[in-house]
Design a protein around this ligand. Sequence first.
Ligand code: FMN
Length: 222
Amino acid sequence: MDLKEAIKNRHSVRQYSDKKIEGEIEKDLHAEIENCSEESGLNIQLCLNEEKAFSNGIFAKISLFKNVKNYIVISGKKSDDLDEKIGYYGERIVLKATQLGLNTCWTASGYKKSKLGVEIGDKEKIFLIIIGYGINNGNSRKTKAIDKLGNVNNDSPHWFINGLKAVQFAPTARNQQRFKFILDGNSVEAKALFGFHTEIDLGIAKYHFEIGADSKEWVWKT
Ligand SMILES: Cc1cc2nc3c(=O)[nH]c(=O)nc-3n(C[C@H](O)[C@H](O)[C@H](O)COP(=O)(O)O)c2cc1C
């Protein structure tokens, strides 16, 4: 499965089987986590076979998650681009996991922070991705039209349209898709709009855009 197929195959999955992540799959997942940690400077930790974080506390009771035993904790020191980085590199791991036949769900809730089986530095922000073998592959859901996600017109180049189509499949908090991609000349500006976790969503969507646009004809506006 290439990354474009992984984008289409991925859905959030909230209920998991007991099947363990092990062998070659575990090795490949670790390798991608290491690459992403090195490139981003983020602290990315994989926690396997740990049941306490998602089975304790009020948030576990009211969440839709079932039998969560593995998760990735991404953390970093607060900075202007921290959330976008978490989104971008987290989604790289999510799509790699999808290629490896695993299911995932980004989450801001459902766990007890004090029970997480990882070390977190002082004053570090954390974000989680649940990972494992789902009891199903999740469901497709509604998306905004591409002309709501970017400044599309009759002259829009193919790569811009393809980038936006990949963005339609990006996971976002509450499926809010609150971002805008603006093409100006050959540069693309991606902006988060107001809402919860929209900078994380933006990082996720930018990774999808790069995969979909798949061409050297454009650059990110910095
Ligand atoms: C930043 C972020 C936070 C999320 N937080 C939660 C959460 O707390 N609980 C949950 O069940 N799903 C959560 N999700 C999953 C979204 O609800 C899901 O991605 C969205 O509804 C789109 O569905 P899809 O991932 O199947 O395409 C989160 C997703 C993102 C990107």
